[in-house]
Design a protein around this ligand. Sequence first.
Ligand SMILES: C[S@@+](CC[C@H](N)C(=O)[O-])C[C@H]1O[C@@H](n2cnc3c(N)ncnc32)[C@H](O)[C@@H]1O
Length: 277
Amino acid sequence: MNRDYIAKHWYASVYEQFENQTHDVDFLLKVLTEQTGNQPLNILEVACGGGRICVPLAMANHFVTGFDADEHMLLRCYRRMEGLQNIRCYQADAATSGWGVDFDVVVMAGNILINIESKMDYKEAQKSLIKKASEALRTGGHLYMDFDLHYNPTDRFNSLQESSYFKGTDELGTTGCTVTYGSVYDPITQICTGTGHWELITNSGEQIIMPKCWYKHIPTLTQVYDWLSDAGFTIERTYQNYTAEPILKPIVEATSRAIIWAKKACIICASSARIFI
Ligand SMILES: C[S@@+](CC[C@H](N)C(=O)[O-])C[C@H]1O[C@@H](n2cnc3c(N)ncnc32)[C@H](O)[C@@H]1O
């Protein structure tokens, strides 16, 4: 048996079983209705995974394109989109591929800003996601971002203790859990590094241990706002923790999730505004 195949299949399945602690999809649909009315939009979802977000968008009558690097996630998406004519999903790396052009809305949800996997410098990869979102939008189009915002990353990530995040059984009968032994955060580089493994037992009783090391750049709100501005976006609305409350600056301890609705400015308008200021 291909152990890598078994492990990635298991992860894609348990991710979906556990990623239901918030009403993030309902919230996105509500924001789209509030901000754009009920007309069908041409939407791109970056890193669409198993279709948890892009399929409900298609079911709400939008024209949806999604892509993801992970074929196991994507296969789940293909199954979910069966029978829907207004959705197209494909495999691509967000860091290295072109995203297309002229979308009304680009959705970067499911915390992709903090979960991007690429060979690039992490901070550069995050900035480039925002720049690519701008390039994929028509002028006047919008970016919807939904990501973890950490009030105190030092407290959150400097922790050395064993814990398990995902646990469960997939459709192949593989059962197991993810285990982490903690992480370390460097406040100067804003890089957080963690270590752990997945421990799995297949349907035929074989044990699989997959070592896992992870590495992320944890941006501040100011950094994200600067990246948006550099990419030509104007922030129109912010929401914290899936409520109507805007994100306060400086952020408060209760803020854990940031949702940003930003408009791609007309390039001529933006440059003439600069001239007349
Ligand atoms: C936390 S999951 C979110 C999936 C989906 N958006 C959701 O909310 O259910 C992160 C996804 O990002 C994808 N991903 C990570 N890095 C990527 C990259 N460089 N290009 C494309 N997809 C990527 C992973 O394969 C995974 O499906």
